[in-house]
Design a protein around this ligand. Structure first.
Ligand code: MG
Length: 164
């Protein structure tokens, strides 16, 4: 059976942090604030994958109170989500995501983000969609106070998934 999951994440843009999105470091005057590298795109994708499995959110797997995840690269969380799919004897069919950022320009980095995600999940790059949009200068995203991401994941799972 095919299951779908949805994910959403948002982090605040602050001075003195690197900006990492989709596992790619992007030159910018500010970065996303958080316990890990605060990669909102990967966090949304991880939640979408976990959601398709009927699991709880990324924070229950990787609590932000655990010093092990301090400044951790979120590709580590993505790999773990991929492992959870393997444990469930499943296969990710496709992932689609949208980044919402007023600045910086995301377009030039999308190909490398896709390559990074495809490598971490051992997936064909053609099964990964990443788009980006601004917030038309409206609200907290439009003012450049933060960056948000939404994602869906489709996962093929055995018919008896969740039954013991
Ligand atoms: Mg997050």
């Amino acid at each position: 059976m095919t299951h779908v999951g949805i994910g959403y994440d948002v982090h605040q843009l602050v001075a003195g942090r690197k900006l990492v999105l989709g596992g790619v470091e992007i030159p910018h005057d500010r970065g996303l604030d958080g316990h890990s590298d605060a990669d909102a795109l990967l966090h949304a994708i991880v939640d979408a994958i976990l959601g398709a499995l009927g699991e709880r959110d990324i924070g229950t797997f990787f609590p932000n109170t655990d010093p092990r995840w301090k400044d951790a690269p979120s590709t580590l969380f993505l790999r773990e989500a991929g492992k959870q799919v393997e444990f469930a004897e499943g296969r990710i069919v496709n992932i689609d995501a949208t980044l919402i950022a007023q600045e910086p320009k995301i377009g030039p980095h999308i190909q490398l983000m896709k390559e990074t995600i495809a490598e971490a999940l051992n997936m064909n790059i053609k099964r990964i969609g990443i788009k980006a949009t601004t917030n038309e200068l409206m609200g907290f995203i439009g003012r450049g106070e933060g960056i948000a991401a939404m994602a869906v994941a489709s996962v093929q799972l055995p018919d008896n998934h969740g039954q013991s």
